[in-house]
Design a protein around this ligand. Structure first.
Ligand code: MLT
Ligand code: ZN
Length: 486
């Protein structure tokens, strides 16, 4: 799988190959459990391999420091000695951003896992970058708040990694982007300097907002070691409804209606096409909660502070949507178990698509009117080339799902194996299609290795030049996350 999918790039000869002496130096201030270095170890392999099993690095050295000061010392040494470094969070990224390409040292944030502070009055939450998102959620729940972002990978992804990726997640429609909710960051620069505004206040209008550069930079200009973020009050009432709809046009009409009628309690509006659910039924081995089959499925979540009020709103919304034939079938979660079950269906779609062997994955922003058209265009193209069907055809299914509320579609092409022929059919076709519609080739998964060289489909020449200038300013030796998008 990996060998065929891995594009050819050349190792940059100006980077030093890590030696025993380098390891010796790291051992002088790191504990035994902060270094991993056997080339045969299975554990080491898991740091080299991405979640989709599409990219595999060749690093023989993982450093897992427990403090920001140690990270600063590591970075200074690596910069002085031209040792390339890949920062890594939970390694759940979807674009090959968090694994090495050659022998880069993997700098894992795994041991930076302490919650630093929480202020229940302002809702400001501060933690180390390596705190697993599930643990941040758990801590905040116990303190009557929620982390302002949730993802299918919450049990493994880390707060710093999510900020580095600028992930959007499942409740973006309510809580917005990390560019708004992150209050401050602590970052180690490639030369070992620490830049921190982690104690920033909610409002701070004192010149350039430097932290924004690191949000979504994918560890190319600094290593995020601490995050301060605005937590939201924990909703007391949660509702979810699963809906079957026959066309994407009707999905859009229902979205307008939801915004108007559910307004302040609307906290998610997700869609899945029929293929997404078919894959997930196969993967979960259970019947789907709706009785009939539909072209599209929508999961609406409401969350608020008064259950009776929210229930009334949602029931009125559903009955009028049924009456006006906007929805073909709907089911409201009867309790918290069913609410969780509905979400499990949605959150399992990516894993289900990845369970056949691998997947080609695209994450795009488009005007809502065009959102699903990219999926139709790709499916037609694959069908015309006789690529989809029973084995030995490479493609099991091409499916579209995502966040209607954010104009973001995920296109997953579930495959039995990767082939060059298939990749050539998909790329640059997908990117050209997105450019034509003036969309973005990455809505929330980032750029990484996968979309390296394709940024011009969404960014102008001058924007690309500015990105390079910024990279060169912060990382003149280019040692941080090399071979990736910038
Ligand atoms: C999602 O919306 O499920 C996430 O972005 C992850 C994915 O698409 O694989
Ligand atoms: Zn998503």
């Amino acid at each position: 799988l990996t060998a065929e999918a891995y594009p050819k790039v050349k190792r940059n000869p100006s980077f030093k190959v890590p030696t025993k002496d380098d390891v010796q130096y790291f051992r002088s201030f790191l504990d035994f459990d902060e270094i991993l270095e056997s080339s045969n170890s299975e554990e080491l392999a898991s740091f080299n391999q991405d979640w989709m099993k599409k990219y595999r690095g060749q690093s023989n050295l993982v450093l897992l420091p427990k403090s920001t000061d140690k990270i600063a010392k590591i970075m200074k040494y690596c910069n002085d000695n031209k040792l390339a470094v890949v920062p890594q969070g939970g390694n759940t990224d979807l674009v090959g951003a968090s694994v090495p390409v050659f022998d880069e040292i993997i700098l894992s944030l795994k041991n930076m896992n302490k919650i630093r502070d929480f202020d229940p009055v302002s809702g400001t939450f501060k933690c180390d970058a390596g705190v697993v998102m599930r643990d941040a959620h758990q801590f905040l729940r116990e303190n009557n708040h929620i982390f302002p972002l949730d993802l299918p990978s919450r049990n493994n992804c880390q707060v710093g990694g999510v900020v580095s990726t600028n992930a959007g997640g499942l409740n973006f429609v309510r809580y917005g982007s990390l560019h708004g909710t992150v209050l401050g960051l602590e970052v180690v620069l490639p030369n070992g300097e620490i830049i921190s505004n982690i104690n920033a206040l909610r409002k701070d209008n004192t010149g350039y907002d430097l932290k924004q550069l690191f949000i979504g930079a994918e560890g190319t200009i600094g290593v995020i070691t601490g995050v301060s973020i605005q937590a939201a009050a924990r909703p007391k009432a949660l509702n979810a409804v699963l809906i079957g709809i026959d066309s994407f046009e009707t999905v859009q009409k229902l979205f307008i209606k939801a915004k108007n009628e559910l307004s302040e309690v609307l906290s998610a509006f997700e869609f899945m096409d029929r293929g997404s659910i078919e894959c997930t039924i196969e993967y979960m081995g259970k019947p789907f909660p709706l009785v009939n089959s539909h072209g599209f499925y929508v999961l609406i979540e409401t969350s608020g502070s008064n259950k009776r009020h929210d229930d009334e709103k949602l029931e009125a919304f559903l009955s009028s949507a049924l009456e006006t034939k906007l929805i073909a079938e709907g089911k409201m979660a009867k309790d918290l178990d069913e609410y969780n079950l509905f979400w499990t269906w949605r959150k399992s779609v990516p894993t289900a698509c990845n369970s056949y062997g691998g997947m080609y994955k695209y994450d795009m922003s488009l005007q809502l009117k065009d959102l699903y058209s990219v999926s139709e265009a790709v499916t037609k193209r694959l069908n015309d080339a006789s690529m989809i069907g029973d084995a030995p055809k490479p493609v099991v299914k091409s499916v579209g799902y995502g966040h209607v509320g954010d104009g973001n579609i995920h296109l997953n092409i579930a495959v039995r194996h990767f082939t060059k022929e298939l990749e050539d059919l998909l790329e640059p076709f997908v990117y050209e299609y997105i450019a034509l519609k003036k969309g973005s080739i990455s809505a929330e998964h980032g750029v990484g290795f996968h979309k390296k060289g394709h940024l011009h489909y969404s960014r102008s020449e001058i924007e690309l030049r500015f990105m390079k200038d910024i990279k060169n300013h912060y990382d003149p030796n280019g040692i941080l996350n090399p071979y990736k998008y910038v």
